[in-house]
Design a protein around this ligand. Structure first.
Ligand SMILES: Cc1cc2nc3c(=O)[nH]c(=O)nc-3n(C[C@H](O)[C@H](O)[C@H](O)COP(=O)(O)OP(=O)(O)OC[C@H]3O[C@@H](n4cnc5c(N)ncnc54)[C@H](O)[C@@H]3O)c2cc1C
Length: 288
């Protein structure tokens, strides 16, 4: 199917893009990689009157650390994450997730920020960013605010982003001098959306977990932060009993539905197995 007709804007500055959204926000959509928006428009699940394409705006493709925090600009593609030495060396959960997202064509176009703004419960980036305590920087013509990823997601394909706002970057706090991270994904075939995904990030202090982030993909109406599992790990040593307890709490936090990908019980069990696997890897890495 073809999308309904729309007016297309390709501003070259963020100010011009924000002015367009101030004028047309309710009836407009921001276009980044187009890997989610264009299929939705073709299926006519989305039919915006105006498209504000941000791809011609210079300087939104930075991927850098500043004062220890990571900044991912709105035009950083998943393939940029996949190829980045900085991501490979300091952010293992992101490095693990990037190559598991779809295929090279989608990764070359789809942006990290666009994935967060799309809020698909099967989106992989939101779990990684939830586990790492990231925030989205949102700008409108009248100002800027930061929103934690947990407060951004308001339900399936729904966010708290205002129609006049552009998300300009993801801001990820310092992972810690000693940290562990991974992303585990069950997919029916290579490049598929997640049947279940689990992101784990641990800041370590010697033998102990200083801070834990665990988030789940595709097992609820949005990506889920497994808060009770995180709390069970904070300050604890990663022994078998602690790992079992955290994995069980994460499985309890999941709220999966039975569908063609598997039963709810099966998916909840996969969460438990993945969290056990990730935390066991962390314990082994720490001991080595
Ligand atoms: C075949 C296929 C397979 C896929 N498989 C996976 C997968 O395995 N895992 C996964 O996580 N994803 C998958 N995706 C989704 C893909 O990762 C998308 O690229 C991503 O979800 C959206 O990023 P985008 O830059 O393409 O956003 P777009 O499609 O351009 O936009 C998506 C939404 O976000 C809004 N938006 C985008 N950028 C901004 C911004 N800066 N400010 C405000 N609003 C904004 C748009 O208005 C729109 O509502 C797949 C997509 C396809 C087509």
């Amino acid at each position: 199917m073809f999308p309904r007709s729309f007016e297309y804007f390709a501003p070259t500055s963020i100010e011009d893009a924000l002015a367009l959204l101030a004028e047309h926000g309710e009836d407009a959509k921001v276009l980044a990689g187009g890997q989610s928006l264009i299929p939705l428009m073709k299926l006519r699940f989305a039919a915006p009157d105006y498209i504000v394409d941000i791809n011609r705006i210079q300087g939104l493709d930075y991927l850098e650390e500043q004062d220890g925090s990571l900044r991912i600009g709105a035009l950083v593609r998943t393939s940029d994450m996949e190829r980045s030495e900085l991501i490979a060396s300091r952010y293992p959960a992101m490095a693990a997730a990037a190559p598991l997202i779809s295929d090279p064509v989608v990764r070359n176009l789809g942006t990290v920020v666009g994935s967060l703004c799309h809020a698909d419960p099967q989106g992989d980036w939101a779990s990684v960013m939830l586990a790492m305590g990231a925030e989205l920087v949102c700008r409108s013509a009248t100002g800027e605010r930061r929103v934690a990823i947990g407060d951004l997601i308001d339900g399936p394909f729904t966010t708290t982003l205002e129609p006049n706002e552009i998300a300009t970057e993801v801001h990820v706090p310092d992972p810690g001098a000693h940290s562990f991270g991974t992303y585990l994904k069950l997919e029916r075939k290579v490049g598929d959306f997640a049947s279940v995904g689990v992101a784990v990030h641990l800041a370590l202090d010697g033998d102990r977990v200083e801070r834990a982030g665990i988030a789940l993909t595709a097992v609820g109406a949005g990506n889920i932060k497994a808060k009770e599992a995180e709390d069970a790990l904070a300050g604890a040593v990663l022994d078998d009993a602690t790992i079992d307890r955290a994995a069980s709490l994460a499985a309890e936090a999941a709220d999966p539905k039975t569908d063609l990908r598997g039963s709810a019980d099966y998916k909840r069990e996969i969460v438990r197995v993945f969290v056990t696997r990730a935390l066991s890897q962390a314990a082994t890495a720490k001991a080595a």
